[in-house]
Write a protein that binds this ligand. Structure first.
Ligand code: BDR
Ligand code: CA
Length: 329
């Protein structure tokens, strides 16, 4: 009997997405049914190619599906000043050169493996419908593919075990003064997913920053002497350099690896240390708070609670899980 949790990863690869893919594929506790790409950190051509590069490097027999090329309707709201593209790459100076969080292409050989024919949202619908066991969705990019799947067939919620989302912020933000990137990029998609009735766990920046990894962790990962450990160490060191240059972490020798925390939470929820059941809505108004996740912490919220929100996480447990998964190959 196969006790592995069946998961679908949805990624906008992306440096922390790459660590999430490696962890999901290497963890013996998970069966990765497929990996969907989505536009976000980078255009869809790049996130898809980067996803394929990671899967190829792992030598994994996991199908990759190309997903949405942009947000559902975000660019139709004239109140939004940043129309197309929604994200301009942010470069910062470090050690006399310009660096960015997510380079256009991961430093891996170009992919010779290909995506499957089916578009990502259709793959999600088809797979969840047919699965004998409930499927867990792990979206760590904008929620466009997941919203499309839920709109194509809302009944799939009945065969979804959990949707564990990297997104949002309760008291920590990174894209505007009110919003986190994944939710800000496609706020309407996020609102559709949050109101879908699925069992949802949200990992906002509050939790992922609390679980930030350090240069010491990078050293330990490199010390494993494996392909995955070495690549994870390179990505972590790069993230620490950029976060330090942007003054976005609490210390100069740490950085969050947001997306990989979702994978670890799918395996061992105790990596999240303060999880509260709340009402969460997304501001889709196009104003100052556009894309904000409004977490209703009141004892008696006006609308029903819809989401388990992680506000804290355990960095030691997170690091030791990654070390375990990257110790083999
Ligand atoms: C999220 O945005 C992306 O830059 C990261 O990959 C992560 O999923 C953090 O806000
Ligand atoms: Ca991501």
């Amino acid at each position: 009997m196969d006790n592995r949790r069946k998961v679908i990863l949805d990624v906008d690869t992306g440096s922390d997405d790459a660590v999430a893919i490696m962890a999901a594929v290497c963890a013996p506790e998970l069966e990765v049914l497929g990996i969907c790409s989505v536009a976000g950190n980078l255009p869809i051509d790049n996130t898809t190619e980067n996803t394929l590069r990671v899967v190829q490097m792992l030598g994994a027999d996991v199908p990759v599906y190309r997903g949405a090329s942009g947000p559902l309707v975000a660019q139709l709201n004239p109140l939004r000043q940043d129309m197309a593209p929604r994200k301009k790459p942010v470069f910062v100076e470090s050690r006399g050169r310009m660096v960015r969080v997510h380079n256009e292409y991961l430093d891996l050989p170009a992919a010779t493996i290909k995506t499957q024919d089916l578009p990502a949202a259709m793959f999600i619908v088809d797979t969840v419908r047919k699965s004998k066991e409930k499927v867990t969705l792990l979206p760590v990019g904008p929620l466009t593919n997941i919203a499309l799947a839920l709109k194509l067939d809302p009944t799939i919620v009945n065969n979804i075990d959990e949707i564990i989302i990297m997104g949002g912020g309760h008291a920590v933000f990174n894209t505007t003064s009110a919003a986190e990137f994944n939710i800000w990029f496609d706020p309407e998609a996020a609102e559709i997913v949050l109101q879908s009735g699925a069992n949802i766990t949200l990992l906002p920046l509050d939790a992922t920053h609390a679980a930030s990894l350090s240069l010491d962790d990078a050293k330990a990962l490199r010390g494993l002497g494996t392909k995955t450990g070495t690549f994870a160490a390179e990505l972590l060191e790069h993230r620490i350099e950029v976060f330090s240059a942007m003054k976005q972490a609490l210390r100069d020798d740490i950085a969050p690896v947001h997306d990989a925390l979702v994978v670890c939470a799918a395996i061992d929820p105790s990596v999240l240390t303060d999880v509260r059941f709340m009402r969460v809505d997304v501001d889709c108004g196009g104003g100052y708070a556009d894309g904000q996740t409004l977490c209703d912490t009141r004892a008696l919220p006006t609308k029903p609670r819809n989401c388990h929100v992680a506000l804290d996480a355990d960095p030691q447990k997170f690091a030791s899980m990654l070390l375990k998964y990257f110790s083999k190959s």
